[in-house]
Write a protein that binds this ligand. Sequence first.
Ligand code: COA
Length: 260
Amino acid sequence: MPFHNLLVEDRGAIRLVTLNRPDKLNALNRETLQELHAAFEEIANDDTVRVVVLTGAGSKAFVAGADIAEMNGLSPIQARDFSRLGQQLMRRIELLGKPVIAMVNGFALGGGLELAMCCHLRIAAESAKLGQPEVGLGLIPGFGGTQRLLRLVGRGPALELCLLGQPIDAARAAALNLVARVVPAAELAAETFAMAEKLADAAPQALRGVLDALLVGGETSLEAGLDYETQAFALAFSTDDMKEGTSAFLSRRKPTFTGS
Ligand code: COA
Protein backbone atom coordinates (compact mmCIF):
# COMPACT_ATOMS: atom_id res chain seq x y z
CA MET A 1 0.00 0.00 0.00
CA PRO A 2 1.38 3.45 -0.87
CA PHE A 3 2.15 5.82 2.01
CA HIS A 4 2.43 9.62 2.08
CA ASN A 5 4.74 9.88 5.06
CA LEU A 6 6.63 6.59 5.10
CA LEU A 7 9.20 4.94 2.87
CA VAL A 8 9.23 1.15 2.99
CA GLU A 9 12.00 -0.99 1.57
CA ASP A 10 12.99 -4.64 1.93
CA ARG A 11 16.61 -5.73 2.21
CA GLY A 12 16.28 -9.50 2.26
CA ALA A 13 14.34 -10.41 5.41
CA ILE A 14 14.89 -6.93 6.88
CA ARG A 15 12.18 -4.31 6.38
CA LEU A 16 13.35 -0.72 6.57
CA VAL A 17 10.59 1.73 7.52
CA THR A 18 11.60 5.39 7.21
CA LEU A 19 9.46 8.22 8.55
CA ASN A 20 9.52 10.69 5.72
CA ARG A 21 8.52 14.23 6.70
CA PRO A 22 12.04 15.70 6.92
CA ASP A 23 10.78 19.29 6.50
CA LYS A 24 8.87 18.81 9.80
CA LEU A 25 11.66 16.75 11.37
CA ASN A 26 9.45 13.68 10.87
CA ALA A 27 6.90 14.89 13.45
CA LEU A 28 4.09 12.40 14.11
CA ASN A 29 0.76 13.71 12.85
CA ARG A 30 -2.36 11.56 12.80
CA GLU A 31 -1.84 10.50 9.20
CA THR A 32 1.68 9.26 9.99
CA LEU A 33 0.47 7.36 13.05
CA GLN A 34 -2.22 5.70 10.94
CA GLU A 35 0.27 4.84 8.22
CA LEU A 36 2.62 3.30 10.78
CA HIS A 37 -0.29 1.21 12.09
CA ALA A 38 -0.91 -0.08 8.55
CA ALA A 39 2.80 -0.66 7.89
CA PHE A 40 3.20 -2.73 11.07
CA GLU A 41 0.01 -4.68 10.35
CA GLU A 42 1.50 -5.65 6.98
CA ILE A 43 4.75 -6.65 8.68
CA ALA A 44 2.89 -8.80 11.24
CA ASN A 45 1.19 -10.70 8.43
CA ASP A 46 4.27 -11.19 6.24
CA ASP A 47 6.41 -14.17 7.27
CA THR A 48 9.17 -13.13 4.89
CA VAL A 49 9.90 -10.13 7.15
CA ARG A 50 11.96 -11.24 10.13
CA VAL A 51 13.35 -7.94 11.44
CA VAL A 52 12.35 -4.29 11.18
CA VAL A 53 14.57 -1.20 11.19
CA LEU A 54 12.74 2.03 11.93
CA THR A 55 14.36 5.40 11.26
CA GLY A 56 13.74 8.99 10.20
CA ALA A 57 14.52 10.63 6.86
CA GLY A 58 17.27 13.25 6.70
CA SER A 59 20.33 13.64 8.84
CA LYS A 60 18.74 15.79 11.53
CA ALA A 61 15.94 13.87 13.17
CA PHE A 62 14.67 10.44 13.99
CA VAL A 63 11.37 12.05 15.05
CA ALA A 64 11.11 15.48 16.74
CA GLY A 65 7.86 14.58 18.49
CA ALA A 66 4.13 14.52 18.03
CA ASP A 67 3.01 17.19 15.58
CA ILE A 68 2.73 20.35 17.66
CA ALA A 69 0.79 22.26 14.98
CA GLU A 70 -1.83 19.51 14.93
CA MET A 71 -2.01 19.26 18.73
CA ASN A 72 -2.46 23.02 19.07
CA GLY A 73 -6.06 22.79 17.83
CA LEU A 74 -7.22 19.65 19.67
CA SER A 75 -10.11 19.51 22.13
CA PRO A 76 -9.60 17.33 25.22
CA ILE A 77 -11.66 14.53 23.63
CA GLN A 78 -9.60 14.72 20.45
CA ALA A 79 -6.44 14.77 22.56
CA ARG A 80 -7.56 11.60 24.32
CA ASP A 81 -8.11 9.93 20.94
CA PHE A 82 -4.72 11.19 19.70
CA SER A 83 -3.03 9.76 22.79
CA ARG A 84 -4.82 6.43 22.35
CA LEU A 85 -3.90 6.31 18.65
CA GLY A 86 -0.23 6.80 19.53
CA GLN A 87 -0.32 4.40 22.46
CA GLN A 88 -2.04 1.66 20.46
CA LEU A 89 0.51 2.02 17.67
CA MET A 90 3.40 1.78 20.10
CA ARG A 91 1.91 -1.25 21.84
CA ARG A 92 1.38 -2.82 18.39
CA ILE A 93 5.07 -2.37 17.63
CA GLU A 94 6.14 -3.60 21.07
CA LEU A 95 4.03 -6.77 20.71
CA LEU A 96 4.87 -7.36 17.05
CA GLY A 97 6.60 -10.66 17.86
CA LYS A 98 9.55 -9.74 15.61
CA PRO A 99 12.52 -7.60 16.66
CA VAL A 100 12.29 -3.92 15.80
CA ILE A 101 15.44 -1.78 15.89
CA ALA A 102 15.17 2.01 16.22
CA MET A 103 18.02 3.58 14.26
CA VAL A 104 18.17 6.92 16.06
CA ASN A 105 19.84 9.23 13.56
CA GLY A 106 19.18 12.59 15.26
CA PHE A 107 16.54 14.21 17.49
CA ALA A 108 14.31 11.66 19.26
CA LEU A 109 12.10 13.99 21.24
CA GLY A 110 8.67 13.56 22.83
CA GLY A 111 6.71 11.15 20.62
CA GLY A 112 10.00 10.37 18.88
CA LEU A 113 11.58 9.01 22.04
CA GLU A 114 8.30 7.24 22.82
CA LEU A 115 8.44 5.60 19.39
CA ALA A 116 12.06 4.58 19.91
CA MET A 117 11.23 3.17 23.34
CA CYS A 118 8.55 0.80 22.04
CA CYS A 119 11.18 -0.70 19.73
CA HIS A 120 13.19 -3.59 21.16
CA LEU A 121 16.67 -2.25 20.46
CA ARG A 122 17.93 1.30 19.99
CA ILE A 123 21.17 2.28 18.26
CA ALA A 124 21.98 5.98 18.30
CA ALA A 125 24.33 8.22 16.36
CA GLU A 126 26.78 10.10 18.61
CA SER A 127 25.04 13.32 17.54
CA ALA A 128 21.54 12.16 18.59
CA LYS A 129 19.59 14.01 21.26
CA LEU A 130 16.89 12.26 23.22
CA GLY A 131 14.31 13.66 25.60
CA GLN A 132 10.76 14.21 26.78
CA PRO A 133 10.43 18.01 26.44
CA GLU A 134 6.61 18.09 26.67
CA VAL A 135 6.48 20.14 29.89
CA GLY A 136 7.94 23.05 27.92
CA LEU A 137 4.74 22.98 25.86
CA GLY A 138 2.51 22.73 28.92
CA LEU A 139 2.00 19.04 28.17
CA ILE A 140 3.03 15.64 29.41
CA PRO A 141 4.12 12.62 27.33
CA GLY A 142 1.01 10.94 25.90
CA PHE A 143 2.24 8.02 23.79
CA GLY A 144 3.46 5.85 26.68
CA GLY A 145 6.57 7.86 27.56
CA THR A 146 5.98 8.08 31.29
CA GLN A 147 5.47 4.32 31.54
CA ARG A 148 8.19 3.03 29.22
CA LEU A 149 10.82 5.48 30.41
CA LEU A 150 10.09 4.44 34.00
CA ARG A 151 10.53 0.78 33.08
CA LEU A 152 13.66 1.33 30.99
CA VAL A 153 15.69 3.71 33.13
CA GLY A 154 14.02 3.72 36.57
CA ARG A 155 12.15 6.38 38.48
CA GLY A 156 14.97 8.86 39.18
CA PRO A 157 16.16 9.42 35.59
CA ALA A 158 12.58 9.17 34.25
CA LEU A 159 11.49 11.96 36.57
CA GLU A 160 14.56 14.01 35.64
CA LEU A 161 13.91 13.70 31.90
CA CYS A 162 10.16 14.36 32.11
CA LEU A 163 10.26 17.14 34.75
CA LEU A 164 13.20 19.14 33.39
CA GLY A 165 12.36 18.41 29.74
CA GLN A 166 16.03 18.86 28.85
CA PRO A 167 17.21 16.51 26.06
CA ILE A 168 20.26 14.35 26.79
CA ASP A 169 23.02 13.33 24.42
CA ALA A 170 23.55 9.79 23.15
CA ALA A 171 26.40 9.05 25.58
CA ARG A 172 24.20 9.85 28.60
CA ALA A 173 21.36 7.86 27.03
CA ALA A 174 23.71 4.86 26.79
CA ALA A 175 24.80 5.31 30.40
CA LEU A 176 21.11 5.19 31.38
CA ASN A 177 20.57 2.04 29.24
CA LEU A 178 18.14 4.03 27.13
CA VAL A 179 20.09 3.06 24.01
CA ALA A 180 21.99 -0.19 23.49
CA ARG A 181 24.81 1.27 21.43
CA VAL A 182 26.21 4.63 20.29
CA VAL A 183 28.19 4.91 17.05
CA PRO A 184 29.53 7.70 14.84
CA ALA A 185 26.80 8.95 12.51
CA ALA A 186 28.71 7.69 9.46
CA GLU A 187 28.65 4.14 10.85
CA LEU A 188 25.06 4.12 12.08
CA ALA A 189 23.45 2.38 9.10
CA ALA A 190 26.20 -0.26 8.78
CA GLU A 191 26.11 -1.08 12.52
CA THR A 192 22.32 -1.22 12.55
CA PHE A 193 22.10 -3.49 9.52
CA ALA A 194 24.83 -5.75 10.88
CA MET A 195 22.69 -6.20 13.99
CA ALA A 196 19.56 -6.69 11.88
CA GLU A 197 21.29 -9.35 9.73
CA LYS A 198 22.16 -11.29 12.86
CA LEU A 199 18.55 -11.22 13.97
CA ALA A 200 17.35 -12.14 10.47
CA ASP A 201 19.50 -15.30 10.61
CA ALA A 202 18.15 -16.32 14.03
CA ALA A 203 15.20 -18.65 14.66
CA PRO A 204 12.07 -16.45 14.41
CA GLN A 205 10.03 -18.44 16.93
CA ALA A 206 12.87 -18.30 19.46
CA LEU A 207 13.01 -14.51 19.06
CA ARG A 208 9.23 -14.36 19.47
CA GLY A 209 9.51 -16.46 22.62
CA VAL A 210 12.08 -14.08 24.10
CA LEU A 211 9.97 -11.03 23.22
CA ASP A 212 6.81 -12.61 24.68
CA ALA A 213 8.49 -13.82 27.87
CA LEU A 214 10.07 -10.44 28.57
CA LEU A 215 7.38 -8.06 27.36
CA VAL A 216 4.26 -9.96 28.44
CA GLY A 217 5.53 -12.39 31.09
CA GLY A 218 7.73 -9.66 32.53
CA GLU A 219 4.76 -7.43 33.32
CA THR A 220 3.18 -9.97 35.67
CA SER A 221 4.17 -11.36 39.08
CA LEU A 222 7.40 -13.38 39.28
CA GLU A 223 5.39 -16.62 39.66
CA ALA A 224 3.22 -15.88 36.63
CA GLY A 225 6.24 -14.67 34.65
CA LEU A 226 8.19 -17.85 35.39
CA ASP A 227 5.21 -19.94 34.35
CA TYR A 228 4.93 -17.87 31.17
CA GLU A 229 8.60 -18.54 30.47
CA THR A 230 8.12 -22.30 30.93
CA GLN A 231 5.23 -22.31 28.44
CA ALA A 232 7.29 -20.35 25.90
CA PHE A 233 10.30 -22.64 26.50
CA ALA A 234 8.18 -25.76 25.95
CA LEU A 235 6.64 -24.27 22.80
CA ALA A 236 10.11 -23.88 21.30
CA PHE A 237 10.41 -27.69 21.34
CA SER A 238 7.59 -27.87 18.78
CA THR A 239 9.67 -26.06 16.14
CA ASP A 240 11.92 -27.53 13.45
CA ASP A 241 14.30 -24.66 14.18
CA MET A 242 14.91 -25.94 17.72
CA LYS A 243 15.83 -29.37 16.33
CA GLU A 244 18.01 -27.68 13.69
CA GLY A 245 19.76 -25.42 16.22
CA THR A 246 20.58 -28.17 18.69
CA SER A 247 21.54 -30.69 15.97
CA ALA A 248 23.78 -28.14 14.23
CA PHE A 249 25.57 -27.47 17.51
CA LEU A 250 26.13 -31.20 18.11
CA SER A 251 27.46 -31.77 14.59
CA ARG A 252 29.59 -28.61 14.73
CA ARG A 253 27.96 -26.85 11.81
CA LYS A 254 26.18 -23.53 11.35
CA PRO A 255 22.39 -23.81 11.73
CA THR A 256 19.97 -22.72 9.01
CA PHE A 257 16.69 -21.57 10.48
CA THR A 258 13.61 -21.68 8.28
CA GLY A 259 11.05 -20.27 10.71
CA SER A 260 9.12 -23.54 10.88
N1 COA B 1 5.79 19.20 15.49
C1 COA B 1 5.54 19.90 14.39
N2 COA B 1 6.51 20.52 13.69
C2 COA B 1 7.76 20.39 14.14
C3 COA B 1 8.09 19.65 15.28
C4 COA B 1 7.03 19.03 15.99
N3 COA B 1 7.23 18.29 17.07
N4 COA B 1 9.42 19.74 15.48
C5 COA B 1 9.93 20.48 14.47
N5 COA B 1 8.91 20.88 13.65
C6 COA B 1 9.01 21.69 12.43
C7 COA B 1 9.27 23.16 12.76
O1 COA B 1 8.05 23.82 13.06
C8 COA B 1 9.87 23.63 11.46
O2 COA B 1 8.85 23.80 10.51
P1 COA B 1 8.81 25.13 9.57
O3 COA B 1 10.13 25.09 8.83
O4 COA B 1 7.63 24.91 8.69
O5 COA B 1 8.70 26.28 10.51
C9 COA B 1 10.69 22.43 11.02
O6 COA B 1 10.13 21.30 11.68
C10 COA B 1 12.17 22.50 11.39
O7 COA B 1 12.24 22.72 12.79
P2 COA B 1 13.08 23.93 13.46
O8 COA B 1 12.51 24.17 14.81
O9 COA B 1 13.14 25.07 12.53
O10 COA B 1 14.52 23.25 13.54
P3 COA B 1 15.69 23.63 14.57
O11 COA B 1 16.89 22.93 14.08
O12 COA B 1 15.75 25.09 14.79
O13 COA B 1 15.25 22.96 15.98
C11 COA B 1 14.36 21.21 17.39
C12 COA B 1 15.15 21.55 16.10
C13 COA B 1 14.13 19.72 17.39
C14 COA B 1 15.17 21.63 18.62
C15 COA B 1 13.01 21.97 17.36
O14 COA B 1 12.37 21.74 16.12
C16 COA B 1 12.05 21.56 18.45
O15 COA B 1 12.22 21.92 19.59
N6 COA B 1 11.00 20.77 18.08
C17 COA B 1 9.97 20.39 19.02
C18 COA B 1 10.44 19.33 19.97
C19 COA B 1 9.35 18.96 20.95
O16 COA B 1 8.97 19.73 21.82
N7 COA B 1 8.82 17.74 20.80
C20 COA B 1 7.82 17.23 21.64
C21 COA B 1 6.48 17.40 21.03
S1 COA B 1 5.21 16.73 22.07
